[in-house]
Design a protein around this ligand. Structure first.
Ligand code: CO8
Length: 262
């Protein structure tokens, strides 16, 4: 039986294969305090221990997804070593989220700024509410993005577009975020739309989903020839699954497939 810890700053619920992680510090616009980050750090293990969980959605309570790292704590950083440790801690937490084998979606219900946007960038997909505002305002505070933003944003939307956001620190609305490729979908209700997207994804073969993600993630940063070899290896694994036989048989028999994750 899985022990779900008592969280103070977030909630964790699993429903129909989807784990929902809700940041709960609405009084501080879900600013990522050290204690909130420590709780977030427990999520990847919880997800991986539970075979029922086939997708994860991150969202925020109230009017923000997360308005960044906690500026009261940042104000206490005294020297470069402390700053570096602080950045490394957040980076490690987000790297573990990014490395989850199941699809992850950020349901951006409101502000996603600084560390908040960096959490969304560590997810595979992003769905924004029409009223959401996204940005990396760090340079306006004399800082730079430190939880992965200078690396994940240019990889996602390209260097020029990323540097526009990083240099100006401006907030972009959902419509512009969609145009930039920063979010995948815009909807009235980000969480509802994220759930629909997860349900659609979960109709597909689970091993194939994990292998597809692995191929994309491992290929990043490699040259094309090496990355294509990884794709071929992983394609081989997928082709040897029971689900592959079922998927192809179902197509030929003109019926929906019934995948077992085998
Ligand atoms: N940290 C702490 N508290 C916050 C934060 C935050 N990031 N954001 C908002 N709050 C608090 C406010 O202080 C306020 O508290 P109180 O009611 O006690 O005064 C409460 O949340 C509500 O906020 P506002 O009254 O400001 O709400 P508005 O609707 O007027 O404005 C904004 C909303 C525009 C989102 C505004 O709150 C804002 O600009 N927040 C700061 C956004 C920001 O700059 N984020 C980036 C932080 S830096 C960062 O994330 C770096 C990550 C990498 C770190 C690595 C470093 C080594």
């Amino acid at each position: 039986v899985l022990e779900i810890p008592e969280f103070e700053h977030l909630s964790y619920e699993v429903e129909e294969g989807i784990a929902l992680v809700t940041l709960k510090r609405p009084e501080a616009l879900n600013a990522l305090s050290q204690s909130l980050l420590e709780e977030l750090a427990e999520i990847p293990e919880l997800v991986q221990q539970d075979p029922e969980v086939r997708a994860v959605i991150f969202t925020g309570e109230g009017k923000a997804f997360a308005a960044g790292a906690d500026l009261k704590e940042i104000a206490a950083i005294k020297d470069p070593f402390m700053g570096r440790e602080y950045a490394l801690f957040g980076q490690r937490v987000f790297a573990e989220i990014a490395a989850l084998p199941v699809p992850t979606i950020a349901a951006i219900n409101g502000y996603a700024l600084g560390g908040g946007l960096e959490l969304a960038l560590a997810c595979d997909l992003r769905v924004a509410a029409k009223t959401a505002k996204l940005g990396l305002p760090e340079v306006g505070l004399g800082l730079i993005p430190g939880f992965g933003g200078t690396q994940r944003l240019p990889r996602l939307i390209g260097r020029g577009r990323a540097l526009d956001l990083i240099f100006t620190g401006r907030h972009v609305d959902a419509e512009e975020a969609l145009f930039l490729g920063l979010v995948n979908r815009v909807a009235e209700d980000a969480l509802e739309e994220a759930k629909k997207l997860a349900q659609k994804i979960l109709k597909n073969a689970p091993i194939a989903l994990a292998l597809a993600k692995e191929s994309v993630v491992r290929g990043e940063g490699l040259d094309l020839a090496e990355a294509l070899e990884i794709e071929a290896d992983l394609f081989g694994y997928a082709a040897a699954t029971e689900d592959m036989k079922e998927g192809v048989r179902a197509f030929l028999e003109k019926r929906p497939p019934s995948f077992k994750g085998e």
